[in-house]
Design a protein around this ligand. Structure first.
Ligand SMILES: [Zn+2]
Length: 246
């Protein structure tokens, strides 16, 4: 496939060693996962923007957990796509820091390591009562809310719910990557959710090239050095080959 973005990057690839990548819901949508806007039939008429909040988890616990559990089931059934796999391959030739807003674990299943999970993950559960935290990949869960194995209290998913702050460590590492990269790839994100949406501006201020990969223009498009129009699964394999010089 002749992708102009790939030729553009191939011409510059020798100076692009450190690469920061920010991904959003768009790349997982290509694996069949719904976004959080609530129109998707996969939500079965429930609204994740209402139910994925700390207040809903406290007061409508069962309803909120049912939706998280549904998303765990859908994520477990989904397969990483060619976009996820291309990013994992890029890390075998370049210094790559991958920061994702997705909570589905598909980057890790495609082989990416040390993923910065800016919005947490569905696969780790924690207990506010006793501080226990651990990986739990059972989907669907037999009991909702799932009980803490240490104290029996209700567990919560370690995801950043609407209205909650981002995990400070992941955000710090992503900011550092933005400051030190030669190239930032911004993939499948609308650029509407801060502070993740601020990472491209940081990278640009520190002299990196910015490339967007998204089917439609976004709020970030104006900052980009190059905006590649298409899906991650379609464009990333070609772009990664160009960066690797394959
Ligand atoms: Zn506990």
């Amino acid at each position: 496939m002749d992708v102009p973005a790939a030729s553009w990057l191939a011409d510059r690839r020798r100076s692009l060693r450190r690469i920061a990548v920010v991904t959003g819901a768009g790349i997982s949508a290509e694996s069949g996962l719904p976004t959080f806007r609530g129109e998707d039939a996969l939500w079965q008429g429930r609204n994740p923007m209402e139910l994925f909040t700390p207040e809903a988890l406290a007061t409508r616990t069962r309803e909120s957990w049912e939706l998280f559990d549904r998303l765990r089931v859908l994520s477990a059934r989904a397969e990483p796509n060619a976009g996820h796999r291309a990013l994992a391959a890029l890390a075998r030739s370049h210094g790559v820091t991958l920061a994702t807003q997705n909570i589905d674990g598909l980057h890790q299943r495609a082989g990416s390591r040390d993923v910065l999970e800016l919005h947490g993950t569905l696969w780790r559960l924690s207990c506010a009562g006793c501080g226990h935290a651990g990986v739990n990949e059972t989907a669907p869960l037999p009991l909702l809310p799932p009980p803490c194995p240490a104290c029996g209290g209700p567990l919560r998913p370690d995801v950043v719910m609407f209205g909650e702050p981002l995990p400070a460590d992941a955000l710090r590492a992503a900011t550092r990557a933005a400051e030190t990269c030669d190239l930032m790839l911004v993939v499948g994100t609308s650029g509407a959710v801060y502070p993740a949406a601020g990472l491209p501006a940081i990278a640009r201020a520190y002299g990196a090239l910015l490339v967007e990969i998204n089917p439609a223009p976004t709020e970030l498009s104006a900052q980009m050095d190059y905006a590649a129009r298409g899906t991650a699964a379609m464009l990333l394999p070609v772009i990664v080959r160009a960066l690797r010089g394959d």
